[in-house]
Design a protein around this ligand. Structure first.
Ligand code: PLP
Length: 421
């Protein structure tokens, strides 16, 4: 049964908003999705009824300990791992800075790190910084025609000197999904540690860290219906060894050893509820005959089914959107070739009008889209778009509709240099 968008929409209070009399259209999902009422209620409930610091002896502190543990168990079902492999943090960027600085403690000048040209700066900047400590950092080339990573270039860079490979699961700028599983296998073959940025992927596909076999993977709950909290999966055997940055009284065991100071308790409660929201989508609209669900049970199965239902809803809409955009004179789409795995994120430029101007014009009609580089600055540079304002990006979420797409197409058509064929 395909996802009933009206039922999904009714759970998101933000969708009631109007701008200049137009119902707001939230196509800004890759920058952060809207939040269902149940997530808001869960955060309120924490703050009203359970708000305290951890490890005390009174009711609210014990409830907070329990809530944090339950949230780890919930995210274990999101990643397909054990609860003690889930650590919380401020956001993906802060998590990766902490991870890279911790790994640095066991690296030597001359050791090599591989990053990619397709990544958001979150998974480039923290590694590039290590150059000042004598580390060698090389970036895998992006093929500007296919918008995929050059696998030959990757193979040529890998060597026993490679200590860390930092990869991107899905591009937040152009939607390309990278076959990180195979790249992780190659990295492990030379003894390197792997780090995957799944921030953009997490809204569009089910994550299975055991199948990927990565050492680390991070994402951010605000990209999938939650509040602003970052989450790290860390393989137990890897985190056991990692010399994390922490103060002496802090618990030295995984996963706590990665966390610093007091966590965002209400945010973590809300993030866990966002996973429950996805699981509910799976229970309601998941496809029972889907062979991909066979290995899973319980809430993990519901989460995977939910992500697959979201993807099955978004992909035909994205295809339709791209097909219609292709008909517009002067519009150039930026994405991988047909058939290459891609999220429902659409990027383009339009002749004669800058991405910023398009975003501004659409915003007047209540249509929220992002323009620019989205922190994927290296990718924008590879496409030669740095000086011209980057890309216009439209991201689909499961609360978006065909009517919203048609309304947006009409507005983009009106901005185009001439009418469609
Ligand atoms: C692919 C990707 N990585 C990293 C980030 C940064 O995440 P955070 O804001 O949680 O640091 C983003 C945010 O847009 C992203 O899309």
């Amino acid at each position: 049964m395909s996802l009933a968008v009206d039922e999904i929409r009714s759970q998101f209070p933000a969708l009631a908003r109007t701008i200049n009399g137009h119902p707001a259209i939230y196509f800004d999902g890759p920058g952060g999705t809207q939040v269902p009422q149940r997530v808001i209620d869960r955060m309120n409930d924490y703050l009203v009824n359970h708000n305290a610091n951890i490890h005390g002896s009174f009711a609210t502190t014990r409830e907070t300990d329990q809530m944090l543990h339950d949230a780890r168990v919930t995210f274990a079902d999101f990643f397909g791992c054990d609860w003690d492999e889930v650590a919380f943090g401020h956001n993906a960027t802060t998590i990766n800075f902490k991870l890279s600085q911790a790994l640095l403690r066991d690296l030597q000048p001359g050791d090599e790190i591989i990053i990619t040209d397709i990544d958001h700066e979150t998974n480039r900047g923290p590694w590039l910084l290590l150059k000042e400590r004598g580390l060698v950092v090389n970036s895998i080339r992006l093929d500007p025609d296919t918008l995929t990573l050059d696998q030959e270039d990757y193979r040529a860079q890998l060597s026993p000197k490679t200590k860390v490979v930092a990869l991107n699961y899905a591009s937040n700028a152009v939607g390309t999904i990278t076959d990180v599983r195979d790249m992780i296998r190659q990295a492990h073959a030379v003894g390197a540690v792997t780090v995957v940025d799944a921030v953009h992927y997490a809204l569009h596909g089910a994550i299975d860290v055991r199948t990927l076999d990565t050492d680390y993977l991070f994402c951010s709950a605000y990209k999938f219906f939650g509040p602003h909290v970052g989450i790290l999966y860390a393989r137990k055997s890897a985190l056991d060894k990692l010399r994390t940055l922490r103060v002496a009284p802090q618990d030295p065991e995984p996963p706590y050893k990665f966390e610093t100071g007091t966590l965002n308790h209400e945010g973590i409660a809300g993030a866990a509820e966002a996973v429950e929201f996805i699981a509910e989508i799976g229970r309601t609209w998941g496809d029972d005959r889907d062979a991909a669900l066979v290995p899973y049970t319980g809430r993990r199965k519901a989460v995977v089914a939910g992500m697959r239902a979201i993807d099955a809803y978004e992909q035909p809409l994205a295809r339709y959107f791209r097909e219609q955009l292709r008909l517009i004179d002067g519009l150039r789409l930026y994405g991988p070739h047909e058939g290459v795995p891609c999220t429902s994120t659409i990027a383009f430029t339009l002749e004669g009008i800058s991405p910023a101007d398009i975003a501004h014009q659409l915003s007047e009609k209540g249509i929220f889209v992002w323009d620019g580089h989205f922190f994927a600055t290296r990718l924008i540079e590879c496409l030669g778009l740095t000086g011209s304002g980057g890309l216009l990006r439209i991201g689909l979420a499961p609360y978006n509709t065909r009517t919203e797409i048609d309304r947006t197409l009409a507005e983009i058509n009106a901005l185009a240099p001439s009418r469609p064929h």
